[in-house]
Design a protein around this ligand. Structure first.
Ligand SMILES: *Cc1c(COP(=O)(O)O)cnc(C)c1O
Length: 377
């Protein structure tokens, strides 16, 4: 079945008792048992919930994974992946990962004994040089946040596998509509479903899509540690992914038009968008992505001051963290999402703004940006 059909049907058969075409929100913490220790597959809300099960089935289908494990947030999903490692294990990580991922690794897992090296994942020789006998995971985000660098998933998977390590891809920015990393050789895909998968800025969630054995270990950790989202959150995410395909087409079309327009604008010093032919990762992106995504980053000719004026002058682009919702957002990564990487090798330029391009009419978005850029001039 095609992707957009699976997004609507996988795990989402009508509910058998009433025929409800939507998976019910099973708002319960426990389940009545038929006999002592005789339950119908669910015994306690942390361990399992039918609404969560439906979302897991749908996500596994979209990523073409054996299984998916859904968590309370993207960072909870990542935490579970890192908990599969032992003290002394080594991770190679992109030098441009989500600030929260870096904070968790550097301030939670490294103090617990994990070793980590950061490299420019665009430089395959650097990745090869960074792996060690103790390397267990290579962690890739593509396109990266916030600089939208593109990482060659297939080539990185090969390097990881030669070193007996596994490749994790944070597929939050691309979504399975644009890229299916498991088919390119990745072993685990992590998501912040808060972003495009949920798609409406109304829920926080995360997931790991992977093979059956890894999923079983993650499910054990999830039950033991407890980072489960609520049934209503799972329902909202499931509702969001039904329209992922059509939303992504609109996000990509708008972002492409905005990137092209801004690249010509005198107040803009640089545009980072994988769809632009002069983007260093354009060819790889064209190979491993169906389209180029809804995120655009720009550096302002007027530096940080101009960036702040633009960020506070737009009307349709709300000044806010997060991304991937139907409404357009603008943010200043250096001060907002990536403040925790200041002074580290992951520090981002202070004239940089990140746009999460929504699905409003592109003419309205262009007019909004032009007006804000005029303020900054
Ligand atoms: C937001 C985000 C995360 C973290 O997810 P939460 O749902 O906020 O915990 C991880 N990776 C990327 C790329 C993100 O954008």
């Amino acid at each position: 079945m095609h992707f957009v059909t699976r997004a609507i049907h996988a795990g989402q058969e009508p509910e058998p008792r009433t025929g409800s075409v939507n998976v019910p929100i099973y708002q319960t913490s426990t389940y009545a048992q038929d006999g002592v220790g005789e339950h119908r597959g669910w015994d306690y809300g942390r361990s399992g919930n039918p609404t969560r099960d439906a979302l897991q089935t749908a996500l596994a289908s979209l990523e073409e994974a054996d299984d998916a494990v859904v968590f309370a947030s993207g960072l909870a999903a990542e935490d579970a992946v890192f908990r599969t490692l032992s003290p002394g294990d080594h991770v190679v990580m992109g030098d441009d990962v989500y600030g929260g991922t870096w904070r968790q690794v550097a301030q939670v897992h490294v103090p617990a004994g994990l070793e980590v090296s950061t490299v420019d994942m665009g430089d395959l020789d650097a990745v090869r040089a960074a792996v060690r006998p103790s390397t267990r995971l290579v962690w890739v985000e593509t396109p990266t946040n916030p600089l939208l660098k593109v990482v060659d998933i297939a080539a990185t998977a090969e390097i990881a596998h030669e070193a007996d390590a596994r490749l994790v891809v944070d597929n939050t920015f691309a979504t399975p509509w644009l890229t299916q990393p498991l088919g390119l050789g990745a072993d685990l895909v992590v998501h912040s479903t808060t972003k495009y998968l949920g798609g409406h800025s109304d829920v926080v969630g995360g997931a790991v899509c992977t093979d059956a054995e890894t999923a079983e270990r993650l499910r054990f950790l999830q039950n033991a540690v407890g980072a489960v989202g609520g049934p209503f959150d799972n329902y909202l995410t499931l509702r969001g992914i039904k329209t992922l395909g059509v939303r992504m087409q609109a996000h990509c079309a708008n972002a492409g038009a905005i990137a092209t327009h801004l690249a010509e604008h005198p107040a803009v010093a640089a545009v980072h968008y994988p769809g632009l032919p002069d983007h260093p990762g354009h060819e790889i992106a064209a190979r491993q992505m169906r389209d180029f995504g809804g995120m655009v980053s720009v550096q302002l000719a007027g530096g940080r001051a101009a960036a702040e004026v633009v960020a506070t002058s737009t009307e349709l682009f709300f000044l806010a963290e997060s991304l991937g919702g139907v409404e357009s957002l603008v943010e200043h990564p250096g001060v907002m999402t990536h403040a925790s990487v200041a002074g580290t090798p992951l520090e981002v330029p202070d004239d940089l703004l990140r746009l999460s391009v929504g699905i409003e009419h592109v003419d309205d978005l262009l007019a909004d940006l032009d007006a804000a850029l005029a303020h900054a001039a």
